[in-house]
Design a protein around this ligand. Sequence first.
Ligand SMILES: [Zn+2]
Length: 145
Amino acid sequence: MNPTNLPMPDIDDPLTAEFWAAARDRRLVLPRCANCGYLEWPPEKVCPECQHTERTWQEHPAEGTLWSYAVYHRALDPAFADLIPYVVGLVELDAGPKFYGLMQDGEDTVRIGQRVVGVFEQASELVTFLRWKVVDDIADHPLSV
Ligand SMILES: [Zn+2]
């Protein structure tokens, strides 16, 4: 995969700029409502629970469970044509929210309920994507205790 050919996100969007800045440092941060504490992803302009607009960003482990996935056999964007077939996972983070992302594993490997870890993939000087990878054995995970 050549990630530099893929569409680039707007890393200056105030809703997600903190996320992209942390991803460059290979860290996952999520916004938490400064009023009610709701942890959300993706970020919205107002908290879906209390409509408050202020949030704090907190680091969380890029770890979770594969909640669902889809195997793409057609590229909805021509930039993804070389990746076909590719798997997009919906990961339920251990922190709570669900997070979409490209899986580094093929369709023969992924199964709902598997443990996954985030893999930060640098696409350019400014953009680092968060991808997901199945962890075959929880003991193999570097952050497991
Ligand atoms: Zn709130």
